[in-house]
Write a protein that binds this ligand. Structure first.
Ligand code: FES
Ligand code: FES
Length: 153
């Protein structure tokens, strides 16, 4: 066990866990931030995507020991104060989710893409979202929503 000081969604948090613990489980089990989902546990489905220093990262495969104190972690709960990030608004507008399980990860990946490239081409969207799997097959609506959010960035 070791003590980690983290900056999560703008707040300082402290956890006492084994350094090998994946950030996903620190968020869900220790900080009660359950919006980040467990899908595969091996970095292939994207359900657990969060932002670390603005980059989309698979939290199931990132040990807490690899996160420095000054790194900024953002989860779906902290993406916007009132659920009004352009990506979240576009998701509502285009009625993207079906079962919803993959959607927090999809939104976090899309938000990271648009923060780095405000006007991506369809090909860039496809490439960037490629690692986020949706068993319900919402891909067409995801693409449409990202297009629409890009106009608000
Ligand atoms: S749960 Fe992390 S990528 Fe699937
Ligand atoms: S909406 Fe069901 S897995 Fe994506």
């Amino acid at each position: 066990m070791a003590t980690f000081n983290l900056k999560v969604n703008g707040k300082q948090r402290q956890v006492d866990v084994d350094p090998d613990t994946p950030v996903l489980w620190v968020l869900r089990d220790h900080l009660d931030l359950v919006g980040t989902k467990y899908g595969c546990g091996i970095a292939v489905c994207g359900a657990c995507t969060i932002h670390v220093n603005g980059n989309a990262v698979r939290s199931c495969s990132l040990p807490i020991g690899a996160v420095a104190d000054d790194m900024e972690i953002i989860t779906i709960e902290g993406l916007s104060e009132n659920g009004d990030h352009p990506v979240q608004k576009a998701w509502l507008e285009h009625d993207v989710p079906q079962c919803g399980y993959c959607q927090a990860g999809q939104i976090m990946s899309a938000a990271s893409l648009l923060a780095q490239n405000a006007n991506p081409t369809d090909e860039e969207i496809r490439k960037s979202m490629n690692g986020n799997i949706c068993r319900c097959g919402t891909y067409v609506r995801i693409n449409r929503a990202i297009r629409s959010a890009s106009k608000e960035m």
